[in-house]
Design a protein around this ligand. Structure first.
Ligand code: CA2
Length: 144
């Protein structure tokens, strides 16, 4: 059976392509999810993409990934820098996690330089836009 990957996007990422293209590019979230689906098919992986603006919803999906998915790719958005609860949920679920950021968070404000999620991630990809999700799928595929 195909290994399954859960791809989570956090708050405001539903706005992609609509605002701040100089930071986040012109791709919409739907376009990024289509690229992810295409790459997953090429790799022979099953994939499920979800986005929420709510911390608790993201945590529920992370918990439910147990027994359902084999790995998680997450762009936690601003929760990267604030959410100990998402950190704890990812740690508890025990699946390999790849963290993705569209922008290079290290070239931006100091408050974006720390991520609670990075502490529980196998790896972090940032600054490569939509390509980051494709690379994360490839990296996770090698881990699974
Ligand atoms: O670079 C990333 O992918 C971020 O996770 C994006 C978050 C930001 O808080 C992180 O520091 C880095 C923000 C997502 C906001 O997305 C928007 C997209 C279009 C218009 C407005 C916001």
């Amino acid at each position: 059976m195909a290994k399954s990957v859960l791809v989570l996007n956090g708050p405001n990422l539903n706005m992609l392509g609509l605002r701040e293209p100089q930071i986040y590019g012109t791709d919409t979230l739907a376009h990024i999810e289509a690229l992810v689906a295409e790459e997953a098919e090429r790799l022979g992986l099953a994939v499920e993409c979800r986005q929420s603006n709510h911390e608790g919803q993201l945590i529920d999906w992370i918990q439910q990934a147990h027994g359902e998915h084999h790995g998680i790719i997450i762009n936690p958005g601003a929760y990267s820098h604030t959410s100990l609860a998402i950190h704890d949920a990812l740690k508890a679920v025990g699946l390999p996690v790849l963290e993705v950021h569209l922008s290079n968070i290290f070239k931006r404000e100091a408050f974006r330089h720390h991520s609670y999620v990075s502490l529980v991630a196998v790896g972090v990809i940032c600054g490569l836009g939509a390509t980051g999700y494709r690379l994360a799928l490839q990296a996770l595929n090698e881990k699974l």
